[in-house]
Design a protein around this ligand. Structure first.
Ligand SMILES: [Zn+2]
Length: 112
């Protein structure tokens, strides 16, 4: 009986395939700081080589944020916050909205 005991015991932790970090699936990234007019600090990360935008939408309040904390960009217009309705209008034309509304009303009336 030739029993082979050495196989598993010989496999050392760390002897597996190496080089996971060299395969390029983890692109190097660089964090860039942006500050909005409300003093919020955003630190989005960009892949190295990607052009970093001049302005960044603040994740917390939606104001445009710039790279200079002492000279934050002006808020466009007087309503930096977009309402849900504004987003809906962005996605659909008003005509689409009326069609959807009519369909919804027809459903409510049981005639659709
Ligand atoms: Zn902000």
């Amino acid at each position: 009986m030739a029993q082979r005991h050495g196989g598993l015991r010989g496999a050392r932790i760390g002897s597996g395939p190496m080089g996971e970090s060299e395969r390029g699936d983890l692109a190097p990234r660089v964090a860039v700081s942006f500050w909005c007019g409300n003093g919020h600090h955003s630190r989005p990360r960009f892949a190295v080589g990607v052009e970093v935008p001049e302005l960044w939408d603040c994740r917390r309040c939606g104001l445009p944020a710039g790279a200079d904390p002492d000279n934050t960009p002006e808020a466009p217009g007087s309503t930096p916050f977009k309402t849900h309705f504004a987003y809906v209008l962005q996605r659909r034309t008003r005509q689409d909205g009326e069609i959807l509304l009519n369909e919804a009303l027809a459903k409510l009336r049981g005639t659709f």
